[in-house]
Design a binder for this molecule. Sequence first.
Ligand code: URA
Length: 244
Amino acid sequence: MLDSRRKAYLEAMGVDLYVRRDSVAAPAAPEAAGITPAAPLAVPLADGGEVGLHWEPLRSTVSACTRCELHRSRTQTVFGVGDRRASWMFIGEAPGAEEDRQGEPFVGRAGQLLTSMLKALGFRREDVYIANILKCRPPGNRDPKPEEVAECRGYLERQIELVGPRIIVAVGRIAAQNLLATDTPLARLRGRVHALGARGWPLIVTYHPAYLLRSPGEKRKAWADLLFARQAFARLEQGEQVVQ
Ligand code: URA
């Protein structure tokens, strides 16, 4: 049932209320891709084994991180937010100015649109888990450098393992291409369920809200992506094989 607030969120997404189900792109063949291995965030055990860091040690490791140059210019690290057992995980690019100030992902203008997108899907921010590829703001909001992504990768991998999401949404080109280790344009990554990493986390790709703010005409496509993700999620919950 569409209440008035949900209608407002849908309108913020540029969505007509009669969006047809069949306007959602059909899933194409899933593509296996992977996060390339990074140093695991693990604590060595006396018997030679190791155990991955849990939430609080992971968070404090991130907040003290000096693995790349970005630590010099950050106000603070931006770890992640939301339900640590969420079924849905949203992964963006990197903190912007407002996120650097507040220490929380997606709280600036683009973040407000992401929040509307979530609400249009029926979620509150606290129902999902939100994180970024990078935990520190690149100066002037430039694109992340490959070495920065590489140094930060283990943190995100561990967050994904700890959350154990049923589905991941890569928000924007930078997140999608880095997660899937590809330079395929975002438009060609949409509308299919990718398998992320060795565990094959189901992952779908959509536009970044900052891009949608610049190109509001694309909001309909982003909405179609979210409906596609919801459909994929429902099929996964039924035990269907939507990812390979
Ligand atoms: N853009 C992102 O990709 N992440 C944020 O947290 C904010 C803006």
